[in-house]
Design a protein around this ligand. Structure first.
Ligand code: CMX
Length: 438
């Protein structure tokens, strides 16, 4: 059986040739125009980046290497007796474009286990951080600290031809992904469980080991974490975390710099941090009302949120225009495993009333829920009540997609990213020139 690395190397050369042909024959063809509104408005819909591992359709949602979430749930390998595919197989798919066998996926897992041990200096770094530092800050710092061991940085310093960049990048990516569950679990156990660390279990898969190391060994919770780590892994290249990793990596910063920077973007409340904000919103509402709100009360609270100038967390999206299929996948999990849970009932009630309210409010282009509207209640149900930690789960997962792409970016020799900025004065001069009679 070919290793993942050999498999990837076999895909790389034909892909390079495919892109060279596109550039040679059609490189001057326009695929997008940019308006002034787009330049001021966060570059929405400007097609100016290539991202191989996933693609996002506004109405249909995410496809990972061409597969929807239900297709992945049917096709990707699962461990016997479990309900969700293991993320090892998803990573194989994202990197190679091929659906792995269970054997392929388990081989990736074995690779990660060999690379998972945290160096002593990293443990010291983690132990030195204040326990009330936000878990995402700790997570980003831990990834950054590992940069000391970057194989890419060492090979680059020693002198390495461009054609070889993908190889040490692959090694760094595998090294860092392998360590993420234990880093995340250490942060969790130190911040919330009196530093009662639990050693990884070599018999468990990557996702289950994260669950195990935070002290939660329910088989359904293992499945939830597998599902969670699968569906948050990628969302095309334009979102803040993916784009950040792409941009930073384009300077030939290694995987650690690129991933740590991506995590800083994910920690923003308009992006991944929205998952903790959803739970905070629900808990605050319940606290104010002294219990589970009914739909009328929810409407009032949603309007209060909007009228005080805040966003409704977990709703809206820069690209999506329908309910996020990642929300749907989590709702299906909840319907199966926790249909009567009161917080799930609240999430369902919000789903009933929030879209209409957002439509009446008249600002959000997409009134439907995104991934973050649902993830928190599932974690809460299984006893992960510390919602400031939720974005770390997102970060562990997001690494799979953006790091697979990073290997591709170096394999394809993608250059330094450097779009052109303009000043408002320049914009005004263009408007003036366009108004002049020809
Ligand atoms: N609640 C209130 N107002 C909202 C809103 C929401 N959920 N979603 C969008 N709007 C507002 C925007 O703030 C914007 O207002 P202004 O014109 O005053 O600036 C207006 O509607 C238009 O925004 P948009 O074009 O629909 O959305 P954007 O592409 O600018 O922003 C997003 C997208 C996700 C940042 C936004 O919908 C939002 O803030 N949602 C809540 C936070 C959230 O759930 N983020 C997680 C997204 C998924 C992820 O990345 O993890």
């Amino acid at each position: 059986m070919a290793t993942l690395k050999e498999k990837f190397a076999g895909k790389m050369v034909p892909m390079r040739e495919r892109i060279q042909k596109i550039l040679k024959e059609n490189g001057e063809m326009k695929i997008a125009d940019c308006t002034i509104a787009q330049a001021y408005g966060g570059m929405r819909s400007v097609k100016s980046m290539v991202w191989e591992v996933s693609a996002l359709d506004p109405n249909e949602g995410i496809r990972f290497r061409g597969f929807t979430i239900p297709e992945l749930q049917a096709k990707l390998p699962k461990l016997p007796g479990t309900g969700e595919p293991i993320p090892e197989g998803l990573f194989y798919l994202l990197l190679t474009g091929d659906v792995p066998t269970l054997e392929d996926a388990l081989a990736v897992g074995e690779e990660w286990k060999k690379r998972a041990k945290l160096p002593d200096y990293l443990i010291k770094v983690l132990e030195s951080l204040p326990v009330d530092m936000h878990p995402m800050t700790q997570f980003s710092l831990a990834i950054l600290a590992l940069q000391k061991d970057s194989k890419f940085a060492a090979r680059y310093r020693a002198g390495m031809p461009k054609i070889e960049y993908w190889d040490p990048m692959y090694e760094d990516v595998m090294d860092v992904i392998a360590k993420l569950p234990e880093i995340a679990a250490r942060i969790y156990m130190r911040c919330y469980k009196g530093a009662k660390y639990i050693a990884p279990d070599p018999k468990l898969d990557w996702a289950a080991n994260l669950a195990h190391q935070i002290g939660n060994d329910k088989p359904d919770f293992y499945d939830l974490i597998r599902l969670y780590l699968d569906i948050h892994s990628d969302h095309e290249g334009g979102n803040v975390s993916a784009h950040t990793s792409h941009l930073v990596g384009s300077a030939l910063s290694d995987a650690y710099y690129s991933l740590s920077a991506a995590m800083d973007g994910l920690a923003g409340p308009l992006h991944g941090l929205a998952n903790q904000e959803v739970l905070r919103w629900i808990m605050d509402t319940m606290k104010d009302l002294g219990g589970v709100p009914n739909e009328e009360q929810l409407k009032k609270y949603l309007w209060n949120t909007l009228n005080s100038g805040k966003v409704i967390p977990g709703y809206g999206h820069a690209v999506l225009r329908k309910t996020d299929p990642r929300y749907v996948a989590q709702r299906e999990f909840a319907l199966k495993h926790l249909p009567d849970y009161d917080l799930f009932q609240i999430v369902s009630s919000i789903y009933k009333v929030a879209p209409d309210i957002l439509l009446q409010h008249g600002k959000a282009k997409n009134p439907w829920p995104n991934v973050d509207a649902h993830s928190g209640v599932l974690l809460m149900y299984y006893g992960v009540t510390e919602y400031d930690f939720y974005t770390v789960f997102f970060g562990v997962s997001r690494a799979l997609g953006i790091m697979a792409q990073l290997i591709w970016s170096r394999a394809l020799g993608l250059p330094l990213e450097r779009p052109k900025s303009v000043t408002t004065e320049w914009v005004e001069s263009q408007i003036k020139a366009a108004a002049q009679p020809k």
